[in-house]
Design a protein around this ligand. Structure first.
Ligand code: TXA
Ligand code: MG
Length: 349
């Protein structure tokens, strides 16, 4: 049985928080909204509770989990010698969609860090996890999807993936950002983005003089520095064909590929920017809108729910065009390239 408890995302009801805190203190799992995606929480310093997360998600044990805090003082429980630049970074981006990789403190169970000497920490910008963490301390929480499925942006998505496997979901409505936090590794000589996400690279560069970005779409999970960043992630059941290149040529290539698939009798779904919809309106596609090309925040919010909706509609293939890499576009490109299992079709100009 999974209990779904409605909660006000801005002013969480104390009764709901108390129920969830009781489950967590008992070593149980609670799914909750954050500003990025829904998380599947357990007490971060309780090794058995954290093991429960891996079991419920079907997550491989080599993929470490983020610890969530509500106050900078919580860092003492998780890290040793946090780097000097943490205060500038925290002042600029916390609470918010930025995860920092630092040295693991002695109290942190190895299961959380997948055996490694680093720990990833984030302070979510959402009243529900803040209230929970105030009650029970730091929470381990990956995205609350079953392993390799698109991350959940509503309580319903969590329910579809994990019904019966977790005791409680706090339903605080759809999440504001819609894709996961940016993961920034501070243990390297130069701070390095391991996963693009809710904080844009341009914004990081305003605070940090040097930032590197890892080539994030890694095909072989053995060589992935952040194992959760391997491909075959965020994937719907349908095959995803992602097209990249100059807009008009790319739309033409997407159109022709979709037409050919339809002729072969395949059911074809399309995830479309509003401005692109006209280019395929002659085809019998099942479509979902990402949003206005000028408002990639909107597309980020609609991305995972769009992939899930097309799956639910029963399509065999999903065609999609990648946006540019400005702002949150970098993270959208990353998630779509992974959904396509790294096989992005490059259209040359
Ligand atoms: O927005 C988010 O980050 C959401 C919400 C719930 O906070 N969480 C999330 O967690 O996306 P998850 O587990 O789905 O993704 C965490 C990513 C994975 O790619 C994982 O490999 C990486 O962070 N990660 C965690 N600990 C790490 C570490 N010590 N070193 C390197 N990468 C780490
Ligand atoms: Mg995840």
């Amino acid at each position: 049985m999974t209990r779904v408890v409605p909660i006000d995302p801005d002013h969480p009801q104390q009764a709901a928080i108390a129920q969830a805190a009781e489950v967590l203190r008992g070593g149980g799992l609670v799914a909750f909204p954050t500003e990025t995606v829904y998380g599947l929480g357990a007490m971060a310093l309780d090794a058995d509770a954290v093991r429960g997360i891996f079991a419920a998600k079907g997550r491989p044990p080599n993929d470490p989990i983020i610890a969530h805090i509500a106050d900078l003082s919580h860092l003492d429980q998780l890290t040793i010698n946090p780097p000097a630049l943490i205060s500038d970074i925290a002042a600029a981006f916390w609470p918010g969609p930025l995860t920092l990789v630092m040295r693991r403190g002695p109290r942190v169970p190895r299961v959380l860090t997948a055996g490694g000497d680093t720990v990833a920490v984030r302070m979510p910008d959402h009243a529900v996890p803040q209230a929970l963490i105030d009650e029970v301390g730091p929470l381990a929480a990956p995205s609350a999807n079953r392993f390799a499925r698109p991350s959940p942006t509503t309580a319903d998505h969590v329910l579809v993936d994990l019904y019966g496997d977790i005791p409680m979901i706090l339903d605080g409505g759809p999440t504001r950002i819609g894709l996961e936090s940016t993961v920034l590794d501070l243990t390297r000589a130069v701070p390095t983005v391991l996963r693009p996400g809710g904080v844009a690279l341009e914004d990081l560069k305003r605070v940090l003089t040097h930032v590197e970005v890892l080539e994030t779409v890694v095909k072989d999970d053995q060589t992935a520095p952040s194992p959760g960043t391997m491909v075959k992630h965020y994937a719907p059941d349908a095959r995803v064909m992602a097209f990249d290149g100059p807009r008009r040529l790319t739309l033409a290539a997407l159109h022709d590929a979709a037409e050919k698939l339809l002729e072969q009798g395949q059911r074809v779904g399309a995830l479309l920017f509003d401005e692109d919809a006209g280019a395929v309106s002659d085809l019998a596609l099942t479509t979902r809108r990402l949003g206005d090309l000028d408002n990639l925040e909107e597309s980020a919010r609609n991305l995972f729910s769009g992939l899930r909706a097309l799956d639910d509609a029963g399509v065999d293939v999903i065609v999609v065009r990648l946006p540019g890499d400005e702002g949150v576009g970098l993270a959208i490109r990353d998630r779509l390239a992974r959904a396509a299992e790294g096989q992005v079709i490059q259209v040359e100009g």
